[in-house]
Design a protein around this ligand. Structure first.
Ligand code: DGL
Length: 279
């Protein structure tokens, strides 16, 4: 598929739900004059417990919808979608597709104990992107990678429970083996998980440095746009429009609360510009 691309067009950012907001905040910080369209496939989340083909199809539908909005590039701000879809998307769409992989490489560089934890969705754990990074970069160094996954965390975050006792109990349960193995780096391998930083700190203090891919993806996106001649030339600050595949009003509270990213970088305008879309 092709589409006339203009540097004035917005950048599409996609996730199953609010997780990609942690990436969007970094994108807005790195590219303050760009416009963005954020698409949350709230009708179909969570992706992290779906079958490979299902994830691939839903992601292709979402990117088709963003393409239809005239975006100049798409950031797949979801590790689970990236794990199963990037090759497929790149062969179908004539626009830059930027994906992400859990930030294992920086964690391998930073570890002092030689033990790195990776927290991701069950599907991302199964996907070849993460397995390839571990095989190519971790195994040759002898650094131990300890994995943790839970189907519960994304639904808890989506329902405003990132700091709840239930979330903290799940984290205590699945991260204790990493702490006991001596892990000093924890890779947040799902874009929802930066929103768990408070709960992880509450349970484990400074045991782990928390490592995510948001800032690196934002830098990479900037480079890709620059190399493609697609950086905007407009001088004024960019804007964000939000699209959801489910109910707009059901999504509004979480989108509003988390649209500044996990560090609360940007204050949400009131009300947030959210529209429904079918993918
Ligand atoms: N935010 C997505 C990720 O980075 C996963 C969310 C989901 O399970 O839907 O993996």
């Amino acid at each position: 598929m092709s589409h006339p691309m203009s540097s004035a067009a917005p950048i599409g950012v996609f996730d199953s739900g609010v997780g990609g907001l942690s990436v969007l905040a970094e994108l807005r910080r790195a590219l303050p004059r760009e416009d963005f369209i954020y698409l949350a496939d709230t009708a179909h989340l969570p992706y992290g417990t779906r079958e490979d083909d299902d994830i691939r199809q839903l992601t292709a539908r979402a990117v088709t919808a963003l393409h239809g909005q005239g975006v100049k590039a798409v950031v797949v701000a979801c590790n689970t979608a990236s794990a199963f879809s990037l090759d497929h998307l790149r062969s179908h769409f004539a626009l830059p597709i930027i994906g992400l992989v859990p930030a294992v490489k920086p964690a391998l560089k930073a570890t002092r104990t030689g033990v790195v934890g990776v927290l991701a969705t069950p599907s991302t754990m199964r996907g070849s992107l993460l397995q390839t990074v571990i095989r190519e970069y971790a195994e040759p160094t002898g650094i131990q990678v300890v994995k943790a996954a839970s189907p519960e965390l994304v639904p808890l975050i989506e329902t405003g429970q990132a700091n709840s006792p239930r979330t903290r109990a799940v984290l205590r349960d699945i991260l204790t083996p990493i702490a006991e193995a001596g892990g000093d780096q924890l890779v947040l391998g799902c874009t929802h998980y930066p929103f768990l930083s408070g709960s992880i700190r509450a349970e484990f203090g400074d045991q782990f440095a928390l490592v995510d891919s948001g800032a690196a993806v934002a830098r990479h996106t900037r480079n890709v746009l620059e190399q493609s001649g697609l950086l905007t030339e407009v001088p004024q600050p960019g804007e964000v429009r939000y699209l959801v595949t489910g109910e707009v009003e059901a999504a509004r509270p979480q989108l509003t609360m988390l649209s500044g990213g996990s560090a609360g970088l940007f204050a949400a305008p009131s009300p947030l510009d959210i529209a429904a879309i079918q993918t």
